[in-house]
Design a binder for this molecule. Structure first.
Ligand code: SAM
Length: 191
């Protein structure tokens, strides 16, 4: 019993509050945000992985920033070989360096958060609240990202793995976290 309510009334009141809370949450989760999410590849060094990520981005309706220098010839022609004709369906922004990428973000009206995926992340991606304008930054296959990039990110997320194993393939990591981010926000262009 609480606040002068009889036991039955209290239960009904609690159920109403819980239903309202649930409906509020459901509304937030099912209304897609207008802002499109992005993926960013930090100095990618395996063209097949970059191609797989570009295909993922094309299919799920997110843009991609490719941050150089890449470990391979990242010309359209070369990427097209890995990303096939999906490349015609993805918006790609190229940056010669991480500094140039940051400069481009600074000049954007509302760049959103930079969310780094890293095996050294302090937060499991499953507990993170994603937002429509987030950019998910992926490290290079050989070495992840350097400390200064790690420090500049607004959040650092890890995908929990079994102990003793090093890391996931970068395209697999992108698919796992982008899937959860779009589930939460609906901020892709898919239907
Ligand atoms: C092959 S991993 C890089 C491994 C690198 N030695 C390191 O420790 O970052 C390539 C990228 O995939 C992503 N990645 C792979 N496994 C991950 C995990 N368990 N959690 C978060 N990101 C992961 C990260 O963006 C990482 O930089």
């Amino acid at each position: 019993m609480s606040g002068g309510l009889a036991e039955g009334q209290f239960g009904a009141w609690l159920r109403r509050i819980r239903r309202a809370e649930f409906e509020g949450t459901a509304r937030i989760r099912t209304e897609p945000e207008n802002r499109i999410m992005r993926l960013a590849l930090y100095q990618p060094d395996i063209p097949q992985n970059a191609g797989t990520i570009l295909r993922l981005a094309a299919c799920l309706g997110v843009g991609v920033d490719v941050i150089g220098p890449a470990g391979f010839d990242a010309s359209d022609r070369n990427l097209r070989r890995a990303g096939l004709d999906y490349l015609d369906h993805v918006e790609i922004a190229r940056h010669v360096s991480f500094a140039a990428f940051l400069t481009a973000r600074r000049s954007a009206p509302d760049p959103g958060r930079l969310v780094l995926l890293t095996t050294a992340g302090d937060t499991a991606y499953t507990t993170f609240a994603f937002a429509g304008g987030d950019t998910l930054l992926l490290g290079r296959e050989s070495a992840g990202v350097p400390d200064d990039v790690h420090a500049v990110a607004d959040a650092r997320l890890r995908i929990p793995m079994r102990p003793g194993l090093r890391s996931l393939n970068v395209a697999v990591a992108a698919g796992i976290v982008l899937g959860e981010a779009l589930r939460q926000t609906g901020a892709g262009a898919g239907s």
